[in-house]
Write a protein that binds this ligand. Structure first.
Ligand code: SF4
Ligand code: SF4
Length: 371
């Protein structure tokens, strides 16, 4: 395979080791060795040694969530996420991408998003239309919120309005490049999508990324690709935490025991864990689940839900069990994608709230509409 020397070394290191097997969210719910870093490395080492074809193991390569738990856990500094993404690119360049990934890529080409959606909900469109056309601050909603979780997008807009922030949202947002980066890694198409988005967003002084996946692209991938970034990118969580500490939002603490589900992109890729807790602490009684902060256990995402829905039900159910074991009444999310998969697996008697829903509810002492 035409992958980097470092990735070949990682494959050879991981195939003899399974020290991180216990923290893989996919391996934990499927119970299959093939799903953790070591299992994938064994498959790929067979391809490297010409004992198997890449096509034989490519499904396995797409069973990885790229959540980075193995990378974080590795005391010897290997990064299975890097070789997994490089192999995805290798497969794409050789026409060996699985058909279910090919469909997502075709959707991105045709509609700019992997879901093939061309219209946002009327309610979200009206909410956006009610905002000023021009502002220094842009709230970048992202594809998951716009097309798959519009309620989250609407609540985010309402929260910034409640804080008196002068901001706008683009009626037509560019593709940040996140989905392409996840599906085919560092392709020319990924770079072009990121460059295009950087150009469109250059007119704003601050871009607040609602989705941690987009925040990761703006704050990390742009640097790795050496792309000019004329705007200051901020995570939604850090922006809202500042609104609370600065007194622009004054939520009242609810009598609600809540655990926060750290999104892997936020906690591991961007190393941001405190800001969401500032928000939760202002609004609820925080408790922590097993594996939180940088050790977070990924709960699922909408992209993988398109081709591994049964596994996503299990990853979400596993996280609900952690929340219940911690004695939480509510699970709080900061990722629209994780919200959607957790919602589909929500056990009776538990509440699921996005951070913006939590703050909106706390602003009215729990009496308002926090949908
Ligand atoms: S990432 Fe590290 S801990 Fe995990 S299998 Fe590879 S070498 Fe072992
Ligand atoms: S990145 Fe996450 S899903 Fe992929 S092998 Fe590592 S722990 Fe498992």
């Amino acid at each position: 395979m035409l992958i980097s020397k470092r990735s070949k070394q990682t494959i050879d290191a991981c195939r003899f080791c399974w020290m991180c097997r216990h923290i893989c969210p996919i391996g934990n719910v499927t119970g299959q060795e093939r799903n953790n870093a070591r299992g994938r490395a064994i498959s790929l080492s067979l391809v490297e040694r010409k004992a198997a074809e890449l096509a034989d193991v490519i499904d396995n390569v797409y069973e990885c969530a790229l959540c980075g738990a193995c990378t974080k856990e590795c005391v010897t500094g290997w990064d299975p996420v890097a070789f997994t993404k490089e192999v995805r690119l290798e497969a794409a360049l050789n026409g060996q991408t699985p058909p279910y990934i090919g469909r997502l890529l075709e959707n991105i080409e045709k509609t700019g998003n992997p879901y093939g959606a061309s219209e946002i909900s009327q309610e979200l469109a009206e909410e956006i239309a009610g905002l000023p056309q021009e502002a220094e601050v842009l709230l970048f909603l992202g594809q998951d919120a716009r097309y798959m979780a519009p309620r989250a997008a609407i609540c985010a807009i309402r929260l910034l309005k409640a804080a008196g922030v002068a901001f706008t949202v683009l009626a037509a947002e560019p593709d940040s490049g996140y989905a392409l980066d996840a599906l085919v890694g560092a392709s020319q198409e990924t770079k072009q999508a990121m460059e295009k988005a950087a150009g469109i967003l250059a007119g704003f002084s601050t871009v607040v990324a609602f989705d941690p996946a987009d925040a990761k692209v703006f704050l990390r991938e742009y640097k790795q690709w050496n792309l000019p970034c004329a705007f200051e990118a901020k995570t939604f969580t850090s922006f809202v935490a500042q609104l609370i500490t600065g007194g622009k939002l004054r939520p009242r603490k609810l009598d609600l025991k809540a655990a926060f589900q750290d999104p892997a992109h936020l906690a591991r890729d961007l190393e941001e864990t405190d800001q969401a807790r500032t928000i939760v602490d202002a609004c609820a009684l925080r408790c922590e689940m097993l594996l939180y902060g940088k050790d977070t256990m990924w709960a699922g995402d909408l992209l993988m839900n398109t081709y591994l829905p049964e596994v996503m039900k299990k990853t979400a159910a596993a996280r609900w069990k952690n929340a219940q074991a911690a004695g939480a009444e509510a699970l709080i999310t900061a990722s629209p994608s994780e919200y959607a998969v957790l919602d589909a697996a929500k056990p009776a008697g538990m509440q699921l709230l996005s951070l913006e829903q939590l703050v909106l509810q706390a602003l009215t002492g729990g009496a308002g509409d926090a949908r």
